[in-house]
Design a protein around this ligand. Structure first.
Ligand SMILES: *[C@@H]1O[C@H](CO)[C@@H](O)[C@H](O)[C@H]1NC(C)=O
Ligand SMILES: *[C@@H]1O[C@H](CO)[C@@H](O)[C@H](O)[C@H]1NC(C)=O
Ligand SMILES: *[C@@H]1O[C@H](CO)[C@@H](O)[C@H](O)[C@H]1NC(C)=O
Length: 430
């Protein structure tokens, strides 16, 4: 049976490959990557790559399929190893194409190598690049702070071109994909260090103090000595059957059943929605995903309008002020009290698999202070072309701990950490 022999040979190849990228003899429990919020609202990590090692800044793409880097400009490394056609690396990367290069060989252009389309998901641009590998070095952690840097030899990525950097923050030379594939960053770290395929994201709301991404096993202690891993709520992750290039999506979808305001009070306000939109259909439309490349949550128009109507009705006659793009619903910041969870507004609650599993967003995540005087509802209208009904954006996950478990297909979430006297910048990075 053809399908059987293919799958067994690919798992043998995977096994061989896992062994070949096994890193150093020291096995850490987890790795830690500081994440900086750039003023452009991109979230940036720095890894060290190549021989000799150089720092490389990358925009984090939570649902991205792999790491891609600009190889046109200044890629120098003695450990660069392109993936030869039909090698184990090409199988793992799911690339069946085979490319030639008629120029003198250099990073990104070698004879008889496999290729994959790299995607700049910030501006929706893609371009094919050579599948390749090189040394990558990241910090391990003892759960309290970073410890020694560890190298992964033969870390797979795609070599792309300078033009694909358009729209990325200054100084960034590629994107770091944490999606659901065998060659995303967490999958390769898991293979190299025998971790579970699991990673944890905690984005800081501040551009001055970095948040963190962990890959591997917790617990993770945030100052003041708070272990956040035993206080998560879990919800299943769903697979969208149709993503980039007609393949199974590598993005993270959750099952939102309804949206309510203040669901824990008696004055419950359900946002009236067409619930069909909240399910992923055969064509990959609909559903709810989480994204770090969308700075704010993007909603399908009918959902957006219903949310705005419920929100403004709830606030009664509090006067609105002129809109500040990309937002439409804005108020004087003086109209709201300030609480430890941000501006004092009703919580926006995503009701998940049942009425008891709720992702609650308080003012710090639902509202955006656009300047000293103006506070806006931090959701945007996706327009008629919106493919996904709800794209939970970065502002809405700031100062929340999210644990993505690829092996068990579930998401652990904390809701805001601000109510627990800590935040995502409180992991001791020194
Ligand atoms: C690449 O392969 C082609 C065809 O096999 C050959 O003509 C060409 O010289 C090779 N290029 C290099 C740089 O080796
Ligand atoms: C990369 O990021 C680091 C840390 O955020 C920053 O200090 C550095 O200037 C950046 N590199 C470039 C080339 O912009
Ligand atoms: C709900 O959305 C689905 C999918 O877009 C659409 O086919 C259906 O007509 C909508 N139903 C209502 C009542 O608007």
């Amino acid at each position: 049976m053809a399908s059987f022999s293919f799958s067994s040979s690919s798992s043998i190849l995977f096994l061989l490959f896992s062994i070949s990228i096994a890193a150093t003899s020291f096995t850490p429990k987890s790795l830690v990557l500081p994440v900086i919020k750039h003023p452009s609202l991109q979230y940036i990590i720095q890894i060290h790559q190549r021989t000799p090692l150089v720092p490389v800044n990358l925009t984090v793409d939570l649902g991205g399929r792999f790491m891609w880097v600009d190889c046109d400009r200044g890629y120098v490394s003695s450990s660069y190893k392109p993936a030869r056609c039909r090698s184990a690396q090409c199988y793992l990367a799911k690339s069946i194409s085979c490319g030639k290069c008629y120029l003198p060989p250099h990073p990104g252009c070698n004879n008889h190598t496999c290729h994959l389309p790299a995607e700049n998901t910030v501006i929706q641009l893609s371009s094919s690049g050579e599948v390749t590998s090189d040394v990558v070095s990241v910090s391990s952690t003892n759960d309290f702070n970073p410890t020694r840097a560890l190298s992964v030899h033969n870390f797979l990525f795609v070599c792309s071109s300078t033009f694909l950097l358009e729209g990325l923050a200054g100084g960034v030379t590629g994107m770091a994909g944490f999606g659901r594939t065998r060659i995303s960053l967490p999958s390769q770290f898991a293979a190299a260090f025998s971790f579970n395929r699991k990673f944890t994201v905690c984005l800081s709301g501040s551009t001055r103090f970095p948040g963190v991404i962990f890959s591997g096993y917790g617990p993770y202690h945030f100052l003041p000595n708070t272990d956040l891993t035993n206080s998560l709520t879990y919800t299943p992750l769903f697979i969208n059957p149709l993503g980039f290039a007609g393949e199974k999506s590598s993005e993270y979808f959750i099952g939102v059943k309804s949206i309510e305001f203040n669901s824990k009070t008696h004055f419950l306000n359900t946002v009236p929605l067409n619930t069909t939109l909240l399910k992923i259909d055969r064509n990959g439309n609909g559903g709810t995903k989480i994204s770090t490349v969308n700075p704010y949550t993007v909603l399908e128009p009918s959902i957006y309008n219903a949310l705005v109507k419920t929100f403004t009705t709830e606030l009664g006659n509090i006067p609105r002020v002129d809109a500040v793009a990309p937002f439409e619903v804005c108020y004087s910041s003086k109209s709201f009290g300030s609480t430890e969870l941000g501006p004092g507004v009703a919580s926006i609650d995503l009701i998940l698999q049942n009425k008891k599993v709720i992702w609650r967003m308080f003012g710090a995540n639902s509202m955006v202070l656009v300047n000293d005087e103006v506070l806006c509802l931090g959701f945007v209208d996706g327009g008629v072309e919106a493919k996904t009904a709800v794209v939970i954006g970065a502002h809405q996950i700031e100062d929340n701990l999210l644990e993505f478990d690829l092996a068990t297909s579930r998401l652990g979430f904390s809701s805001t950490l601000l109510g627990r006297n800590t935040n995502c910048a409180n992991f001791n990075l020194s």
